[in-house]
Design a protein around this ligand. Structure first.
Ligand code: SF4
Length: 237
């Protein structure tokens, strides 16, 4: 595969409970107030139309690995000791980026400006779940594709998390994929715009190390406090 592939992803279903979970709200002892439920329902009903999940991805052959770096054939190198541990024996590395678009960021900003802080908070949390569930859909498809070819895949991981130092590789992934095609741009400090975007990688091979049941959250120092870690193969967090 020499060019990046762009795919629009069908909008996943997001429930009220998932949004509450992303907010870190605990309603196990006492249910949320009706007004809180109404605001969240309204955000999910009205503002979901702003969400446009779109993916860009490309696979590269892996040409070698050192302790801290993985080298891609006709591609860049990525610097992460966890990546080397997880995908150092893989034959290919899939680079992918996804965004749910800037309209949701704008809607969150509009709510903020109007002083509707609860709506803004709810929509922001819903955006994280839309992104996480869209990624889960994509990963399930990619896993199936490689399984049919007799290969297995690693869990997803990427820069921007505590186990991968620095954000330079966000730029590497975004520029290698030419992710501006799907509307992702970078600030000078390598933060992605729109905010609800991710840049990640996944190893593919015949003889991968056994990390059965693990996700990148198992290697993240935020695992115990992060509200998104229940959405395993993801990170809107
Ligand atoms: S979802 Fe949370 S716990 Fe998992 S890698 Fe991202 S920040 Fe860490």
């Amino acid at each position: 595969m020499t060019e990046s592939v762009v795919q629009e992803i069908p909008l996943p279903e997001v429930t009220l409970e998932e949004v509450f979970r992303a907010e870190g709200a605990d309603y196990s002892k006492r249910p949320p107030r009706p007004s809180v439920v109404e605001i969240h329902n309204q955000v999910l009903r009205q503002d979901a139309k702003h969400v446009r999940p779109v993916l860009i991805w490309r696979e590269f052959a892996i040409s070698g690995a050192e302790e801290q770096e993985l080298f891609l054939e006709k591609g860049p190198k990525l610097k992460s000791s966890l990546l080397v541990k997880v995908a150092g024996r893989a034959e290919k590395l899939v680079l992918l980026a996804m965004t749910i678009g800037s309209a949701l960021d704008n809607a969150v900003a509009d709510y903020n400006q109007a002083g509707k802080i609860l709506e803004s908070f709810a929509l922001d949390a819903a955006g994280s779940i839309f992104l996480a569930k869209s990624i889960m859909l994509v990963i399930a498809e990619l896993e199936d594709k490689y399984k049919v070819a007799g290969m297995s895949t690693t869990f997803l991981l990427g820069p921007g998390h505590s186990y991968w130092s620095g954000l330079d590789d966000v730029r590497t992934i975004i520029e290698t994929l030419k992710a501006e095609q799907i509307g992702i741009t970078l600030t000078d400090s390598n933060l992605m715009i729109p905010r609800k975007s991710v840049a990640m990688v996944m190893g593919v091979g015949h003889n991968l190390p056994d990390f059965k049941g693990k996700t990148h959250c198992d290697f993240c120092s935020l695992q115990k406090t992060c509200n998104m870690n229940k959405f395993a193969q993801n990170c809107g967090g």
